[in-house]
Ligand binder design. Structure first.
Ligand code: AP5
Length: 221
Protein backbone atom coordinates (compact mmCIF):
# COMPACT_ATOMS: atom_id res chain seq x y z
CA UNK A 1 0.00 0.00 0.00
CA UNK A 2 1.35 3.42 -0.98
CA UNK A 3 -0.44 6.39 0.38
CA UNK A 4 -0.15 10.14 0.70
CA UNK A 5 -1.44 12.14 3.66
CA UNK A 6 -2.54 15.52 2.40
CA UNK A 7 -3.80 18.39 4.50
CA UNK A 8 -2.97 21.75 6.05
CA UNK A 9 -0.25 22.11 8.66
CA UNK A 10 -1.67 20.73 11.93
CA UNK A 11 -4.49 18.54 10.58
CA UNK A 12 -2.80 15.57 12.26
CA UNK A 13 -0.78 14.01 9.42
CA UNK A 14 2.14 13.10 11.68
CA UNK A 15 -0.13 11.92 14.51
CA UNK A 16 -2.16 9.65 12.22
CA UNK A 17 0.86 8.47 10.16
CA UNK A 18 2.37 6.85 13.26
CA UNK A 19 -0.77 4.83 13.77
CA UNK A 20 -1.27 3.89 10.08
CA UNK A 21 2.38 2.82 9.87
CA UNK A 22 1.92 0.29 12.71
CA UNK A 23 -1.46 -0.97 11.60
CA UNK A 24 -0.56 -1.54 7.94
CA UNK A 25 3.16 -2.25 8.38
CA UNK A 26 4.31 0.64 6.17
CA UNK A 27 7.38 2.87 6.13
CA UNK A 28 6.66 6.44 7.21
CA UNK A 29 8.32 9.08 5.06
CA UNK A 30 7.89 12.40 6.81
CA UNK A 31 9.72 15.05 4.80
CA UNK A 32 9.43 17.60 7.65
CA UNK A 33 11.10 15.14 10.06
CA UNK A 34 13.82 14.33 7.49
CA UNK A 35 14.62 18.03 7.09
CA UNK A 36 14.57 18.65 10.86
CA UNK A 37 17.02 15.76 11.35
CA UNK A 38 19.29 17.31 8.70
CA UNK A 39 19.17 20.61 10.61
CA UNK A 40 19.86 19.07 14.01
CA UNK A 41 22.80 17.02 12.69
CA UNK A 42 24.25 20.08 10.91
CA UNK A 43 24.44 18.60 7.39
CA UNK A 44 24.86 20.78 4.29
CA UNK A 45 21.17 20.18 3.51
CA UNK A 46 20.25 21.22 7.05
CA UNK A 47 22.18 24.49 6.70
CA UNK A 48 20.51 25.13 3.35
CA UNK A 49 16.93 24.68 4.61
CA UNK A 50 16.93 25.96 8.22
CA UNK A 51 16.00 29.57 7.52
CA UNK A 52 13.39 28.56 4.92
CA UNK A 53 11.65 26.20 7.36
CA UNK A 54 11.82 28.54 10.36
CA UNK A 55 10.22 31.16 8.14
CA UNK A 56 7.36 28.80 7.12
CA UNK A 57 8.29 28.73 3.41
CA UNK A 58 8.54 25.66 1.19
CA UNK A 59 11.90 24.09 0.41
CA UNK A 60 12.64 23.93 -3.34
CA UNK A 61 11.04 21.19 -5.43
CA UNK A 62 14.43 19.98 -6.70
CA UNK A 63 15.76 19.37 -3.17
CA UNK A 64 12.56 17.67 -2.03
CA UNK A 65 12.22 15.45 -5.12
CA UNK A 66 15.77 14.09 -4.87
CA UNK A 67 15.37 13.53 -1.10
CA UNK A 68 12.16 11.52 -1.52
CA UNK A 69 13.36 9.57 -4.57
CA UNK A 70 16.39 8.39 -2.59
CA UNK A 71 14.31 7.56 0.50
CA UNK A 72 11.85 5.43 -1.48
CA UNK A 73 14.75 3.24 -2.66
CA UNK A 74 15.42 2.12 0.93
CA UNK A 75 14.51 -1.45 1.80
CA UNK A 76 11.83 -0.62 4.38
CA UNK A 77 9.70 0.87 1.58
CA UNK A 78 9.41 -2.41 -0.32
CA UNK A 79 6.06 -3.33 1.26
CA UNK A 80 4.65 0.15 0.97
CA UNK A 81 4.93 3.59 2.50
CA UNK A 82 3.12 6.65 3.80
CA UNK A 83 4.18 9.97 2.34
CA UNK A 84 3.60 12.56 5.09
CA UNK A 85 4.29 16.06 3.77
CA UNK A 86 5.09 15.13 0.16
CA UNK A 87 4.01 15.99 -2.52
CA UNK A 88 3.31 19.57 -1.57
CA UNK A 89 3.29 21.14 -5.03
CA UNK A 90 2.11 20.01 -8.46
CA UNK A 91 5.73 19.60 -9.73
CA UNK A 92 6.42 17.26 -6.78
CA UNK A 93 3.36 15.15 -7.66
CA UNK A 94 4.44 15.12 -11.32
CA UNK A 95 7.89 13.89 -10.28
CA UNK A 96 6.30 10.85 -8.61
CA UNK A 97 4.34 10.07 -11.75
CA UNK A 98 7.31 10.61 -14.09
CA UNK A 99 9.36 8.21 -11.97
CA UNK A 100 6.61 5.56 -12.10
CA UNK A 101 5.99 5.83 -8.37
CA UNK A 102 2.28 5.03 -8.34
CA UNK A 103 0.07 5.68 -5.35
CA UNK A 104 -2.94 3.73 -4.08
CA UNK A 105 -4.57 6.35 -1.86
CA UNK A 106 -4.50 10.08 -1.28
CA UNK A 107 -6.00 10.69 2.16
CA UNK A 108 -6.97 14.32 2.50
CA UNK A 109 -7.62 15.35 6.12
CA UNK A 110 -9.74 18.47 6.52
CA UNK A 111 -9.85 20.78 9.57
CA UNK A 112 -10.90 24.48 9.63
CA UNK A 113 -7.98 26.95 9.80
CA UNK A 114 -9.09 28.46 13.16
CA UNK A 115 -8.78 25.06 14.86
CA UNK A 116 -5.37 24.53 13.23
CA UNK A 117 -3.99 27.69 14.81
CA UNK A 118 -4.94 26.30 18.26
CA UNK A 119 -3.45 22.90 17.48
CA UNK A 120 -0.14 24.24 16.19
CA UNK A 121 0.38 26.99 18.75
CA UNK A 122 -0.20 24.41 21.53
CA UNK A 123 2.02 21.71 19.98
CA UNK A 124 5.17 20.71 21.87
CA UNK A 125 7.73 18.23 20.56
CA UNK A 126 10.52 16.06 21.88
CA UNK A 127 13.20 16.83 19.27
CA UNK A 128 15.26 13.63 19.72
CA UNK A 129 12.37 11.21 19.13
CA UNK A 130 9.85 13.37 17.25
CA UNK A 131 7.17 12.58 19.87
CA UNK A 132 4.40 15.16 19.64
CA UNK A 133 2.17 16.53 22.43
CA UNK A 134 -0.40 19.26 22.76
CA UNK A 135 -0.58 21.38 25.90
CA UNK A 136 -4.36 20.94 26.08
CA UNK A 137 -5.47 18.07 23.79
CA UNK A 138 -2.61 15.61 24.47
CA UNK A 139 -0.57 16.92 27.39
CA UNK A 140 2.57 15.19 28.69
CA UNK A 141 2.33 13.66 32.19
CA UNK A 142 4.62 16.40 33.55
CA UNK A 143 4.19 19.79 31.89
CA UNK A 144 7.02 20.58 29.47
CA UNK A 145 8.70 17.14 29.83
CA UNK A 146 8.79 14.13 27.50
CA UNK A 147 6.89 11.15 29.00
CA UNK A 148 9.61 8.61 28.17
CA UNK A 149 12.91 10.43 28.75
CA UNK A 150 11.86 13.33 30.99
CA UNK A 151 13.76 15.66 28.62
CA UNK A 152 12.50 19.16 27.92
CA UNK A 153 9.90 19.63 25.19
CA UNK A 154 10.26 22.49 22.72
CA UNK A 155 7.98 24.58 20.53
CA UNK A 156 8.92 24.29 16.83
CA UNK A 157 10.29 27.61 15.48
CA UNK A 158 7.57 27.57 12.78
CA UNK A 159 4.76 27.07 15.35
CA UNK A 160 4.46 30.75 16.32
CA UNK A 161 1.21 32.35 15.30
CA UNK A 162 2.49 34.63 12.49
CA UNK A 163 4.41 31.76 10.90
CA UNK A 164 1.45 29.38 11.30
CA UNK A 165 -0.76 31.86 9.40
CA UNK A 166 1.88 32.12 6.67
CA UNK A 167 2.13 28.30 6.40
CA UNK A 168 -1.66 28.05 6.07
CA UNK A 169 -1.61 30.68 3.29
CA UNK A 170 1.12 28.79 1.46
CA UNK A 171 -0.82 25.53 1.83
CA UNK A 172 -3.95 27.05 0.27
CA UNK A 173 -1.94 28.62 -2.59
CA UNK A 174 0.58 25.90 -3.43
CA UNK A 175 -0.57 22.56 -1.98
CA UNK A 176 -4.38 22.64 -2.17
CA UNK A 177 -4.25 22.58 -6.02
CA UNK A 178 -3.10 18.95 -5.59
CA UNK A 179 -6.68 18.01 -4.71
CA UNK A 180 -7.85 18.92 -8.23
CA UNK A 181 -4.65 17.49 -9.68
CA UNK A 182 -5.51 14.04 -8.30
CA UNK A 183 -9.21 14.33 -9.23
CA UNK A 184 -8.20 15.19 -12.82
CA UNK A 185 -5.58 12.46 -12.93
CA UNK A 186 -8.25 9.91 -12.04
CA UNK A 187 -10.31 11.06 -15.03
CA UNK A 188 -7.37 10.78 -17.46
CA UNK A 189 -5.59 7.60 -16.39
CA UNK A 190 -7.78 5.57 -14.11
CA UNK A 191 -5.37 2.58 -13.92
CA UNK A 192 -2.60 4.36 -12.08
CA UNK A 193 -4.46 7.09 -10.27
CA UNK A 194 -4.89 6.88 -6.49
CA UNK A 195 -8.26 6.72 -4.73
CA UNK A 196 -8.96 10.11 -3.16
CA UNK A 197 -10.40 9.81 0.37
CA UNK A 198 -11.61 12.84 2.31
CA UNK A 199 -11.44 12.51 6.10
CA UNK A 200 -13.07 14.90 8.56
CA UNK A 201 -10.16 15.71 10.88
CA UNK A 202 -12.27 17.37 13.58
CA UNK A 203 -12.72 15.18 16.65
CA UNK A 204 -10.40 13.26 18.93
CA UNK A 205 -7.26 11.58 17.60
CA UNK A 206 -9.01 8.20 18.03
CA UNK A 207 -12.14 9.31 16.16
CA UNK A 208 -10.05 10.53 13.21
CA UNK A 209 -7.96 7.33 13.30
CA UNK A 210 -11.15 5.19 13.16
CA UNK A 211 -12.44 7.13 10.15
CA UNK A 212 -9.16 6.48 8.29
CA UNK A 213 -9.19 2.75 9.14
CA UNK A 214 -12.81 2.46 8.06
CA UNK A 215 -11.91 4.04 4.72
CA UNK A 216 -8.78 1.94 4.15
CA UNK A 217 -10.16 -1.37 5.37
CA UNK A 218 -8.56 -4.05 7.56
CA UNK A 219 -4.83 -4.56 7.92
CA UNK A 220 -3.24 -6.99 5.42
CA UNK A 221 -0.25 -7.82 7.66
P1 AP5 B 1 6.05 19.44 8.14
O1 AP5 B 1 6.78 18.98 9.32
O2 AP5 B 1 5.56 18.45 7.12
O3 AP5 B 1 4.89 20.37 8.64
P2 AP5 B 1 3.35 20.55 8.23
O4 AP5 B 1 2.84 19.97 6.97
O5 AP5 B 1 3.26 22.01 8.35
O6 AP5 B 1 2.64 19.67 9.20
P3 AP5 B 1 2.78 19.66 10.72
O7 AP5 B 1 3.87 18.73 11.15
O8 AP5 B 1 2.88 21.06 11.24
O9 AP5 B 1 1.33 19.12 11.12
P4 AP5 B 1 0.68 17.69 11.11
O10 AP5 B 1 -0.45 17.68 10.14
O11 AP5 B 1 1.71 16.60 10.99
O12 AP5 B 1 0.06 17.71 12.57
P5 AP5 B 1 0.44 16.92 13.91
O13 AP5 B 1 0.07 15.49 13.79
O14 AP5 B 1 1.83 17.24 14.35
O15 AP5 B 1 6.93 20.48 7.30
C1 AP5 B 1 7.63 21.52 7.95
C2 AP5 B 1 8.37 22.35 6.92
O16 AP5 B 1 9.28 21.53 6.17
C3 AP5 B 1 7.50 23.01 5.84
O17 AP5 B 1 6.93 24.23 6.28
C4 AP5 B 1 8.55 23.23 4.72
O18 AP5 B 1 9.40 24.29 5.02
C5 AP5 B 1 9.37 21.95 4.80
N1 AP5 B 1 8.85 20.86 3.94
C6 AP5 B 1 8.46 19.62 4.35
N2 AP5 B 1 8.04 18.89 3.31
C7 AP5 B 1 8.16 19.68 2.20
C8 AP5 B 1 7.87 19.50 0.82
N3 AP5 B 1 7.36 18.35 0.36
N4 AP5 B 1 8.10 20.54 -0.02
C9 AP5 B 1 8.63 21.71 0.43
N5 AP5 B 1 8.93 21.94 1.72
C10 AP5 B 1 8.70 20.94 2.60
O19 AP5 B 1 -0.61 17.61 14.92
C11 AP5 B 1 -0.51 18.99 15.24
C12 AP5 B 1 -0.91 19.23 16.73
O20 AP5 B 1 -2.29 18.91 16.87
C13 AP5 B 1 -0.16 18.31 17.73
O21 AP5 B 1 0.08 19.03 18.90
C14 AP5 B 1 -1.14 17.15 17.98
O22 AP5 B 1 -0.98 16.61 19.29
C15 AP5 B 1 -2.50 17.84 17.82
N6 AP5 B 1 -3.53 16.98 17.27
C16 AP5 B 1 -3.40 16.03 16.29
N7 AP5 B 1 -4.59 15.47 16.00
C17 AP5 B 1 -5.50 16.08 16.83
C18 AP5 B 1 -6.92 15.95 17.02
N8 AP5 B 1 -7.65 15.08 16.31
N9 AP5 B 1 -7.51 16.76 17.94
C19 AP5 B 1 -6.78 17.64 18.66
N10 AP5 B 1 -5.44 17.81 18.54
C20 AP5 B 1 -4.81 17.04 17.61
Amino acid sequence: MRLVLLGCPGVGKGTQAKFIKEKYNLAQISTGDMLRTAISTGTTLGKQVKQIMDDGQLVSDSIMISLVKARIQETDCVHGFILDGFPRTVPQAEALRENDIHLDYVIEIRVPDAELINRLSGRRVHPASGRVYHIEYDPPKIAGKDDITGETLIQRPDDHEDTIRKRLRIYHQQTEPLVNYYINQAKIESDHSPVHIIIDGVGTVEEVRDRIVKALGPSHK
